[in-house]
Design a protein around this ligand. Structure first.
Ligand code: ACO
Length: 379
């Protein structure tokens, strides 16, 4: 028997799934992923370990991890049809998330009939970095670089973008980022993936839908604009005036505010710490310090703008700092978020498959219900 509850705009506070993947405590500012406090695992585990943890509910033994890594490395190279498609659509105008979406949609082409979920999951996870790196290089008139099976997931991604193997420190920095964003409760893109999976559709369809949800500037599209905002401000003395102007013009400050967190996003600190060493090594502490100063001013200005709403720094503000420090171009920020988050999306796809029940809420009809039809020529 179904009952109808009151309409909740944006489903705020509505519990729509049970999950063992992550716990987001928005008041304490705490994030638990796969049973670990974020700070206890993000800068230690490899990305493959983190994915294994979510998919299998435990950390792998050494031999299991080696097998998992090898099985992913085998699936990194793109099918010819996917590469041909990327070449056909590559142009300077191509949005990197659109490139990822169209190419990801082809990844189920060779899926076996039996065990399609497991195969698709590994294929999607393994091939995301290859797609993003190839699309980026093609957009810049460069040939894509074939994956190197000797490198781990994160290091190989950097290698395929730049054409040279990264230092251990840079690979570690990226790995920490990917681990930090791998899962985050029932965010919009994860919810999308679960809804699609719940109809007994395939994992490729679920992940293509999730990419579409992540692309939006209110979700994963914020870090590029967040960095642009800081660079535009240029020096902290101009921050108050510049940010107030944006708010007065009805703009949102990118990298601030969150549906769940009412305190500072715990991921901000993990990413700021990871970013520090790159800025220190490069000598660009000016930008690092500017980001921290602009953050303080933004929070003050937002409190004046929306008193009592607790609009605080979210993950995207420091994503911008870390990925910029790692040398990523702005256009590749959101696709790199997807490279990490796809591990969590897929974990939720498996979990939803087990749950088995279609996600099908109700709507409240607010239209009229007694219109009379008038022939087109008489209207
Ligand atoms: N700048 C200006 N105003 C804001 C901001 C912001 N960054 N965030 C929220 N507000 C405003 C809202 O417009 C709302 O005003 P209203 O009551 O007059 O309508 C009020 O503050 C309260 O907003 P919330 O209910 O707390 O926000 P909501 O849950 O609807 O939205 C969201 C959350 C989409 C993240 C929002 O804060 C936002 O747009 N932030 C900027 C974009 C961003 O950084 N996105 C990345 C989020 S993290 C992630 O998805 C990975």
């Amino acid at each position: 028997m179904s009952s109808t509850s009151a309409y909740v705009p944006g489903l705020e506070g509505v519990v729509a799934a049970q999950t063992r993947m992550s716990k987001v405590d928005g008041l304490a500012g705490e994030l638990v992923i796969g049973g670990f406090k974020l700070e206890a695992i993000a800068d230690k585990a490899s990305f493959e370990e983190m994915v294994y943890l979510l998919w299998h509910d435990r950390l792998p033994k050494a031999s299991e991890l080696a097998d998992f890594k090898a099985s992913l490395a085998e699936l990194r190279a793109l099918p010819q049809a996917t590469m041909d498609l990327l070449k056909a659509v590559s142009s300077k105008q191509l949005d990197m998330m659109d490139a990822l979406r169209v190419a990801a949609g082809t990844l189920g082409l060779n899926a076996p009939k039996d065990g399609a979920d497991e195969w698709n999951a590994k294929r999607l996870l393994a091939a995301f970095p290859t797609i993003v790196a190839a699309a980026w290089r093609l957009r810049n008139g460069q040939e894509p670089i074939a994956p190197d099976a000797k490198l781990g997931h994160a290091a190989n991604y950097l290698y395929m973008i730049e054409g040279k193997a990264p230092s251990e420190a840079r690979a570690r920095g990226l790995e920490t980022y990917l681990n930090t964003v791998i899962d985050h409760g029932l965010n919009a893109s994860t919810f999308t993936a679960r809804v699609i999976t719940s109809t007994a559709s395939d994992f490729v369809s679920a992940i293509v839908g999730a990419i579409g949800a992540l692309k939006g500037p209110l979700h994963g599209g914020a870090p590029g604009p967040a960095l642009d905002m800081v660079v535009e401000i240029g020096e902290v003395g101009r921050a108050g005036e510049g940010l107030k102007k944006k708010l007065a013009a009805g703009e949102r400050l990118m990298g601030f505010g969150h549906r769940v967190y009412k305190v500072r996003d715990p991921r901000a600190d993990v990413l700021a710490k990871a970013a520090h060493e790159f800025y220190e090594a490069d000598g660009d502490m000016k930008l690092y310090n500017l980001v921290q100063d602009v953050e303080k001013v933004a929070i003050r200005v937002l409190e004046e703008h929306k008193p009592g709403r607790n609009l605080q720094t979210n993950v995207e503000f420091y994503t911008a700092l870390l990925l910029h420090g790692l040398g990523f171009p702005t256009d590749v920020f959101t696709p790199t978020f997807a490279v990490g988050r796809v591990g969590g999306w897929l974990a939720h796809c498996f979990e939803q498959r087990e749950a088995g029940r279609i996600i099908r809420p109700q709507s409240e009809y607010v239209g009229v219900d007694d219109r009379a039809y008038v022939e087109v020529g008489k209207r």
